[in-house]
Design a protein around this ligand. Structure first.
Ligand code: MLT
Length: 404
């Protein structure tokens, strides 16, 4: 008789954004006349930039011609894309990362869920609280998190680093030393971040304690302040303690196209064992490469035209962030984020729980957001709105919220 992976049975409820989608669909079915504005999941709304579309069209044409057709992509990514990434995202920022330390993938969500596979099940993870749910859930599936306490909504073997308004959403070094530290900066969900010198302290801490940092930099394109690092490799010593995850979803609108990459420096080792070699082995075995057409689209992100178009796109979303932040402030809300990230994090009014406010906003303003408690117990009493909607919808949503 076969047995299932019991760890899956430990997962409480469904994936956060699936739960929200179900709730919104039920409300919409019961109220078909209502026009609902979705500022919940961080999904982009602006079309793919013209120069990227042109690159995709041309790659599609290549696929229709025997002389230029491409079959399986190299499992670690095409050289043209890995070189463009190394040059533009790393060397240009003074980071000593080479093309062969970059592993192209179908997105940062898969990489952030899969990366834990190369670590022992005995490792203890530390996460910010609130946190992007994939980090914790993928470790639950692997059997690394102990037991779940429904009262505290915490796992016995996970180290939580609360990030609340009391500590300016800056994680503090935990009392117990973790083996694996997940950091998402700029942060999803709080929309806040830390300075480069604060990040340097984390790098020093990890090197001193023999820990590895899984650094999710999916939102780096939204950084507007000078003292914030775009990559953890801007910090000294990061190559011996950090893996960086990047996405094309948020900077280039690839949520439906799917492309990302992971950087595993060759210097990152556990004793004599190279994590780079392990991830290459894993990637080669389980992944057949992102599609050629998509990797050509990724290359176009780094063209002069692509860069200029995407700068405008990021500015468009950040203008939404400003609109939300200022609108909420005018309406008397306490708000955070939205300066270096496309998320606004607000205190729920009148002591409402995060889910109470979710229902209140859905029913009274027909606006969907994300309850902070869905990201972890310290998210209770907070709520997230995304700046990834259209400008028109963002303005309408704020008008409705102000009328409440
Ligand atoms: C979010 O809303 O937190 C993100 O869109 C989720 C993701 O990027 O997978």
């Amino acid at each position: 008789m076969f047995k299932v992976n019991d760890n899956y049975q430990k997962l409480p409820g469904s994936y956060l954004f699936s739960t929200i989608a179900k709730k919104v669909n039920a409300y919409s079915a019961a109220n078909p006349q209502k026009s609902i504005i979705r500022l919940g999941i961080g999904d982009v709304t602006q079309p793919i930039a013209p120069s990227i579309i042109a690159a995709m069209h041309s790659a599609v044409d290549e696929m229709g011609n025997a002389a230029t057709f491409h079959g399986y992509a190299p499992d670690l990514g095409y050289e043209f894309l890995r070189s463009a990434i190394a040059k533009n995202d790393y060397v240009a920022r003074g980071c000593d990362i080479s093309a062969d330390e970059i592993f192209v993938s179908d997105g940062a969500k898969s990489d952030s869920g899969n990366i834990q596979e190369i670590f022992s099940v005995d490792n203890k993870i530390a996460v910010c609280d609130p946190v992007y749910p994939v980090y914790v859930d993928s470790n639950v599936m692997a059997g690394r998190t102990g037991t779940y306490d429904p009262k505290t909504e915490m796992w016995s073997d996970v180290i939580y680093m609360p990030c609340t308004m009391e500590n300016n959403f800056v994680p503090e070094f935990p009392k117990e030393t973790p083996d694996i530290i997940y950091l998402c900066l700029p942060n999803n969900p709080t929309g806040t971040t830390i300075t480069k010198s604060q990040l340097q302290e984390w790098v020093d801490y990890a090197n001193k304690n023999g820990a590895v940092i899984i650094y999710d930099a999916a939102y780096e394109a939204y950084i507007s302040e000078d003292d914030v690092a775009h990559s953890i490799y801007e910090c000294e010593g990061a190559k011996t303690c950090a893996i960086e995850l990047r996405s094309f979803s948020k900077n280039a609108g690839f949520t439906g196209v799917r492309l990302g990459f992971t950087v595993v420096p060759k210097e990152l080792k556990c004793g004599d064992v190279s994590l780079h070699a392990m991830w290459a082995r894993r990637h080669g075995t389980k992944f057949n490469g992102a599609p050629y057409i998509v990797q050509r689209a990724g290359e176009a992100v780094y063209s002069d035209a692509g860069k200029a178009e995407l700068k405008q796109q990021v500015a468009y979303y950040m203008n939404n962030a400003k609109t939300i932040k200022e609108g909420l402030k005018d309406a008397g809300y306490t708000v955070f984020g939205g300066v270096n990230a496309p998320y606004i994090w607000l205190k729920t009014p009148e002591q409402m729980t995060s889910w109470e406010f979710f229902d209140y906003l859905l029913e009274n303003a027909n606006v969907v957001g994300t309850p902070g408690s869905g990201f972890g117990p310290s998210g209770e009493g907070y709520f997230r709105l995304t700046a990834f909607g259209s400008y028109e919808n963002t303005v309408t949503a704020l008008e409705r919220i102000k009328k409440l």
